[in-house]
Design a protein around this ligand. Sequence first.
Ligand code: ADP
Ligand code: ZN
Length: 517
Amino acid sequence: MTAAAKLLKDVFGFDAFRPGQEEIVDAVRTGQNVLAIMPTGGGKSLCFQLPALMREGVTVVISPLIALMRDQVRALREAGVEAGALTSGNTEEETNAVWRALEDGTLKLLYIAPERLASGNAMGMLRRINVSMIAVDEAHCVSQWGHDFRPDYLRIGELRSALDVPLAAFTATADAETREEIIRRLFDGAAPQSFLHGFDRPNIHLAFAAKDGPRRQILEFAAARKGQSGIVYCGTRNKTESLAAALREAGHAACHYHGGMEAEDRRITERRFQQEDGLIVVATVAFGMGVDKPDIRWVAHADLPKSIEAYYQEIGRAGRDGAPAETLTLFGPDDIRLRRSQIDEGLAPPEMRAADHARLNALLGLAEALECRRKQLLAYFGESNVTCGNCDLCDTAPETFDGTVAVRKALSAILRTGEYFGSGHLIDILIGNATEKVRARGHEDLPTFGVGKEYDRRQWQAVFRQMMGHDLVRPDPERHGALRMTDPALPILRDEAKITLRRDTIRSAASRRPAVK
Ligand code: ADP
Ligand code: ZN
């Protein structure tokens, strides 16, 4: 048994390393600079706690989450490890004990809040003691691309050069820009040894469906899983209440949950969900952080999540016990419009808005995928060599068609009407429907009028939705619902590029019977 494996058992009480942990522990233990990307719950903390015990001196742990730090310190002390924290929540007594242990040289892990790094006092202290390495939790907080940016994290790079010790950075955020920024700011651009592990959750079945009577779709999904614990995520508080009522009417045990409820009611719901079998919670994204239920059998999204990261987090609450779990994510053009306008109308600076659009695009790309969703999802997180066989597209390959001509017709209708109209009016033009609005604007005289009679309204709606999903058109934030062409659409308009669309979302009435399993 290796020394690390023995400590794993004796101190932490675990029989084996999780995938990826052992390599990271080895690299950190031997003093390399390390960037480790692991999903939430993957077991990051062990990857610096265990090496800290094997190295001379104190490991300085920087984390933005005070409650989490205090939790970890408590757990370490219970396991007999000398650990302490310097955070704003400390009593004077606690702080004094930490200082004493530092002076005696008995402390192994010192947790410190990033804002402490701004004080010369703390910096001076860190220089005097024998620091063996720095561990940075939630390292993405150093990135200005993200929403968790902490200006104090920018001091960590300085600290590393001042102390001249190895640094190990940990995060669950894996998009390429964030990764590059972490390397630039924490390691001064010198590439650390990087590890990326364990994003795959092979027991979770992935599926998306275009909205087509969303309430009925969710009810059918739940009906096929009656008696199992599940979560339905909704975009609005109102919807959580009405959908929970609809589920109860259909004979399920269901309740709603959102941030507008009294804290006490929320706690009751959390507790019920934890303890009861087969309860469905219909919730906004406010639900989930504190929920640690291993046997959630399914997660459904009644509305599109806001980004690929959010999607991953939310479906990831299912099947923590490793047994099969199922997911279904519904999406439609209204979701895409809503998510885009939330980004455009937010207060974020322009670069961050661009990053948010990119994260949304990654999710829409996944929704409109033509092949295995798991491969595409994990490719986003940087993992390749993925095997699946457990997503809707691996179950049944979608029927596709060359959509270039249809997309060109739609783009032409958009351009000839001055990028001023929404899909409803554009479809009227395409199918040659001379409505009052069409006649009032003289649009029945356009060359595009009636050129799209090969499809009906529903089919055109699917084409427009997929165009939005491929980011060929975007709603104009200045004009409600109006669609504008994006740059990536240009090659298609000029007939320099082709586009493949899915046909399966255009469903016939016969295929709309509930799926029998
Ligand atoms: P995160 O990656 O989100 O920081 P944690 O470090 O909090 O995750 O670990 C998540 C959970 O996994 C904790 O309850 C931890 O005790 C547990 N854990 C970590 N490593 C192992 C292991 N090798 N075997 C079993 N459980 C582990
Ligand atoms: Zn697949």
